[in-house]
Write a protein that binds this ligand. Structure first.
Ligand code: ADP
Ligand code: ZN
Length: 226
């Protein structure tokens, strides 16, 4: 089973993808995470990516496809499928993905769009932090650590706030989403693969909604809210 999570920045794609990858044994692929890893290596490519991300713009399609292909070559194939988080982000990336998967005799079965209100997004992202050690994502307001200042997963006490999670850049990213990524909604709707989920609620409720949808005996893609 191969799944795409679609949604604006801050809609909870990363959090939900991590949960789903465990529940369904899928390989979680976050192109944003792949880019941040490259940045942390301090390569020339990394510094180019950092400048683009800091400005809230998209990485050019050709570069992101290269990064993704490289990752797929290096990763083990022991999972039952992929869960794509933050990819594709343009129609051209979607077409490239279809071709890449077709070469592997695979296809995308479900595209799950997580809908979250814009005002909620800005406040969510402004209070988002992640563990500097293991990368687990928290939210000071809505999804804090169990013990204040200590990562639930690895015990680290160091946290980072993403540079692109400030109000000005969040609004830019939302703009980019509406212009370049939102056209994927009718694209996948036309293929009968789109499911829409209301994401304006807590992590567990959203996760259960997605799980129910995927567990339904015969999932029939539809665009009505679940
Ligand atoms: P979010 O969904 O919250 O914006 P991501 O981690 O998915 O967070 O992405 C962070 C940044 O990484 C994006 O703003 C963009 O600059 C870059 N990026 C990630 N995925 C892609 C992609 N598929 N195409 C182009 N740029 C991407
Ligand atoms: Zn941690």
């Amino acid at each position: 089973m191969n799944i795409i999570l679609l949604g604006a920045p801050g809609s909870g794609k990363g959090t939900q993808a991590a949960l789903l990858s465990e529940k369904f044994n899928l390989q979680h692929i976050s192109t944003g995470e792949l880019c941040r890893k490259e940045v942390s290596k301090g390569t020339t490519l990394g510094s180019k990516l950092a400048d683009i991300m800091k400005a809230g713009q998209l990485i050019p399609d050709i570069l992101i496809i290269d990064i993704l292909k490289q990752h797929l070559l290096e990763s083990s194939k022991s999972n039952k499928g992929f869960i794509f988080d933050g990819f594709p982000r343009t129609i051209s990336q979607a077409k490239d993905l279809d071709n890449m998967l077709a070469d592997l005799k695979l296809t995308v079965e479900h595209v799950i769009q997580i809908n979250v209100d814009k005002n909620y997004i800005v406040s969510r992202l402004s209070s988002r932090t992640s563990c500097a050690q293991c990368g687990h994502v928290y939210n000071d307001k809505t999804n804090p650590t169990l013990v204040s200042g200590v990562c639930d997963k690895c015990g680290s006490k160091e946290f980072i706030h993403r540079q692109d999670d400030n109000e000005e850049i969040i609004l830019k990213r939302l703009d980019v989403y509406s212009t370049l990524t939102a056209p994927l909604i009718p694209y996948y709707q036309g293929m009968g693969k789109l499911h829409q989920i209301d994401g304006n609620t807590d992590v567990e409720t959203v996760s259960n909604r997605i799980e129910n949808l995927l567990n339904a005996d015969k999932v029939s893609p539809k665009s009505a809210s679940v």
